[in-house]
Design a protein around this ligand. Structure first.
Ligand code: THU
Length: 136
């Protein structure tokens, strides 16, 4: 599959999930899509809560979908926020991604209109703390 098709699929999955975000407190809807080793895309949105710290991020939702489906390796990630400021994964989500993704895994940062920046997990979280060599 061509790289552009791959990105387009991730983009559309993140956008569809973002449409379902539950973000009544921040008003900031986020969608995330991860591609797994099998090629399947898992997407998620942020799910906020009246008890604010209990909300969770879109990346966390997408990872939970992947693991629940029985997969453990992420090969690409796309995160979609909105507005001028780039929606890069928060610190906690960088660590969660590092559990399942290699340092050179591409991370694409998007707005609903377009992909805005490309980086890697290493770029976001250098020298990440990990214990598992190859989770399975
Ligand atoms: N959020 C995400 O879902 N992912 C990110 O990468 C950054 C922040 C959410 C958490 C909260 O629901 C809202 O965005 C505002 O912080």
């Amino acid at each position: 599959m061509a790289d552009t098709d791959d990105l387009q699929e991730l983009f559309e999955a993140a956008r569809a999930a973002r449409d379902n975000a539950h973000a009544p407190y921040s008003g900031f809807a986020v969608g995330a899509a991860v591609r797994s080793e099998s090629g399947t895309i898992y997407a998620g949105c942020n799910v906020e809560n009246a008890s604010y710290p209990e909300g969770w991020c879109a990346e966390t939702s997408a990872i939970a979908q992947m693991v629940s489906a029985g997969e453990k390796r992420i090969t690409a990630v796309l995160v979609m926020g909105a507005g001028e400021r780039l929606c890069t994964p928060c610190g906690g989500c960088r660590q969660r991604l590092a559990e399942f993704a290699a340092p050179d895994t591409p991370i694409h940062i998007a707005s609903p209109e377009r992909i805005r920046q490309h980086t890697t997990l290493r770029g976001l979280l250098p020298r990440a703390f990990t214990l598992l060599e190859d989770p399975s």
